[in-house]
Write a protein that binds this ligand. Structure first.
Ligand SMILES: [Zn+2]
Length: 487
């Protein structure tokens, strides 16, 4: 995908074929489905109601899992005083090129610059230093839903914008073991939400040293594979050890009264996950939304002939029987049924329910699935209204499973286990997908692969066979690594 410099919103009349130009397809779909709109601010997009509806469903899925694992939500300030930001050396070095600064307020020049948060470890760490005194105060398990700002040059809706929405969890623990457990628990929640809710299969694992979050002892991530063979980092969980607690002096009196630094973690998932969802599931007709994220699970379209209005009344009646159990909408706008069909297909609504004169007579409806190709078995079915709710639930579950299965089969068929050096470099250069090798985990070997192929390590896992050698350089291998080019 090339990065468009142009901020002018293209006038989208048709969606270009996905396989021909994923980038053009992606931009057209996000705009035409009314997920986003470009804004007058360079690098920032507007999340429109339909896009926000999808985000809200992702939020709910995450938030309910955070709370079930003992976390609470809170909110911290947007601005960070410079003298605080620079305390953790690696952290500030990592983020410095992306930080936007407030230097004036009203008519006054500020005596100290204020950073607009690129992430909140600092401001939260400062507060934790005040709140935590004793081992009795631990663990602290807090999540924040917020926007952050990172000064980016290119813009791609969801995938890369200056300002974006996310959640960031920040926790403090008495021991290194507890912090590591927390880091892995949240990684597992991200994997589960990506796969079970967003229907996007991922590889989860640990990051190499160069790919690590600035200031972390260890970073873990989930990585999805896009149709163009590039990986998309879709959620990260960081074990920060005592790096931040030492920089911000977050200490507690332990049971034996000795004063110790706490161990902290942070973890985040952003609306970037939605960019992955769009690319993975969409097709030439537009979006295909997994039911669990869809703001509208089923759209009801009355088929009106002439001045016949009974279908409209019946459509509303069907909607009434389904509301409460399903997110449904009746489209009784003054457009032709055919126009409405393609509009809702493009916007990815999982199921369309048609009600025409013949359906009314037979007390049935016609159910059309968005995930299946037109004319495919099971794409269209006539259902008795008496069993509609039950049938709708089954079909939605099946669509959720089907989208995941399709994506999973793509990921598996584009994962290459490689033992040959030339083949490895060729697959990485040609952006074939996830390339799985035994790896030495040395920074200079990784840098060499990146320089020659643009591919980087995505996640590291346990070595599959002991005594293997690194496919990239021939040195002894210590981990199994997925390499891929990335967004
Ligand atoms: Zn190597």
């Amino acid at each position: 995908m090339s990065e468009p410099e142009e901020q002018v919103e293209p006038l989208v009349t048709e969606i270009p074929p996905k396989a021909a130009d994923l980038s053009a397809w992606y931009t057209a779909v996000t705009l035409k489905a009314e997920l986003v709109s470009y804004s007058p601010v360079r690098g920032c997009v507007v999340l429109r109601p339909y896009g926000f509806g999808i985000w809200e469903n992702l939020q709910k899925a995450l938030d309910q899992r955070f709370k079930a694992t003992g976390h609470e939500n809170a909110y911290f300030p947007l601005l960070i005083p410079e003298h605080l930001l620079i305390k953790e050396a690696q952290h500030v070095e990592g983020f410095a090129p992306e930080v936007a600064w407030v230097t004036e307020g009203g008519q006054e020049k500020l005596t100290e610059r204020l950073a607009i948060r690129p992430t909140s470890e600092v401001i939260i760490g400062v507060m934790y230093a005040k709140w935590i005194q004793s081992h009795r105060d631990l663990p602290v398990l807090i999540n924040q839903w917020a926007n952050v700002l990172r000064w980016e040059k290119a813009t791609r809706p969801f995938l890369r914008t200056m300002e974006f929405l996310w959640q960031e969890g920040h926790t403090a623990h008495a021991t290194a073991e507890e912090a590591r457990e927390e880091t892995l628990r949240m990684l597992e929640i991200y994997r589960e939400v990506a796969e079970d809710v967003v229907a996007v299969p991922v590889y989860a694992g640990r990051k190499s040293a160069v790919e690590r979050f600035p200031g972390a002892v260890e970073t873990f991530s989930i990585e999805a594979l896009m149709p163009d063979g590039k990986a998309l980092q879709s959620g990260t969980s960081h074990d920060l050890g005592q790096n931040f607690s030492k920089a911000y002096d977050i200490t507690f009196a332990d049971i034996d009264q000795s004063v110790k630094h706490v161990y902290t973690t942070s973890w985040g998932m952003s609306w970037r996950m939605l960019g992955g969802m769009i690319m993975v599931h969409g097709d030439d007709r537009g979006l295909r939304l997994p039911p669990k994220l869809a703001p509208i699970e089923a759209v009801i379209v009355p088929i009106i002939k002439g001045s016949e209005t009974q279908a409209v009344a019946e459509a509303h009646e069907v909607a009434r029987t389904l509301s409460g159990q399903f997110r449904v909408r009746v489209d009784d706008r003054d457009y032709t049924p055919g126009w409405k069909f393609s509009e809702w297909e493009m916007r990815g609504v999982p199921i369309r329910i048609e009600i025409g004169p013949r359906d009314i007579q037979s007390q049935s409806v016609t159910l059309v699935r968005r995930d299946k190709a037109k004319g495919a078995p099971g794409a269209k079915e006539t259902i008795q209204r008496s069993v509609l709710a039950q049938k709708l639930r089954e079909e939605l579950n099946d669509i959720q499973r089907n989208l995941y299965a399709e994506a999973k089969s793509f990921l598996e068929s584009h994962t290459y286990v490689v033992g040959d050096r030339d083949k490895f470099f060729e697959l990485c250069s040609s952006r074939a997908g996830m390339v799985d090798i035994p790896f030495c985990n040395r920074a200079d070997c990784e840098a060499n692969v990146k320089q020659k192929t643009s591919a980087t390590t995505r996640v590291l896992r346990e070595l599959r066979e002991a005594a293997a050698v690194c496919v990239a350089c021939g040195e002894p291998a210590v981990v199994q690594a997925y390499f891929a080019q990335t967004y």
